[in-house]
Design a protein around this ligand. Structure first.
Ligand code: HQG
Length: 184
């Protein structure tokens, strides 16, 4: 992505996941806002984004962070504000991955994976994505999650429109460290 696309993508992620009020808009309870309302609000705050640029950001990000439907836009996942994306519960692949860093492991060992600042724990079906996610914070450590075991026990998973897997908490017993050690 070009610097311009990345910068607009980050701005949209901030507004649509975390702080719509920063540009004076409100999201509906499923996280949507009218595209025209969003662009007008951004322009009013000195961040003009043309419809053409918006289209390029939506199409061109490394992962499909934004969904557009019927003239409305929302972030596909990653929210810290309480939206209900109305995703159906889904059967996850047997194994999912979570990228983190070594300094969080002692706490994860005790608490499992917590959503922290977001509404859900984020998991990926492929290890490579988890390497990238963990790598945002330092040397990545990829945890393996026994999603089949969790699902069999009735713990609920959702798959966001961009393929990211979401769940509310991963207790330690379902987590395996890179060397094969199981937590808890
Ligand atoms: C860690 C990005 C201590 C967790 C990515 C992570 C992703 C704990 C951090 C998406 C913990 C939360 C989400 C515990 C979890 N004790 N640390 N009990 N439980 N953690 O950013 O998964 O590029 O909220 O390991 O690509 O890193 O923005 O979650 O390190 O898909 O589109 O607490 O954000 O997407 O950090 O990333 P985050 P994440 P975008």
């Amino acid at each position: 992505m070009t610097d311009q696309l990345t910068s607009v993508s980050k701005l949209l992620a901030y507004v649509l996941r975390h702080r719509p009020e920063a540009v004076g808009i409100a999201l509906d309870d499923a996280g949507w806002v009218d595209v025209g309302v969003l662009l007008t609000a951004l322009a009013r705050h000195g961040r003009t984004v043309t419809p053409e640029l918006l289209d390029r950001v939506i199409a061109g990000t490394d992962k499909q962070r934004f969904e557009v439907q019927d003239g409305r836009i929302r972030a596909a996942q990653g929210h810290s504000i309480g939206v209900d994306l109305r995703l159906q519960p889904a059967t996850p692949p047997p194994v999912l991955y979570h990228g983190t860093v070594a300094r969080f492991l002692a706490s994860i060992d005790v608490e499992g994976l917590q959503p922290r600042g977001r509404t859900h724990v984020h998991l990926s079906a492929d290890r490579r994505t988890a390497v990238t996610v963990g790598g945002r914070r330092g040397e990545p450590v990829v945890l393996t999650v026994d999603a089949a075991g969790m699902h069999a026990l009735g713990l609920v998973f959702h798959r966001a429109a961009n393929g990211v897997w979401l769940t509310s908490h991963v207790p330690p017993r379902w987590i395996t460290l890179p060397g094969g050690r199981t937590l808890a």
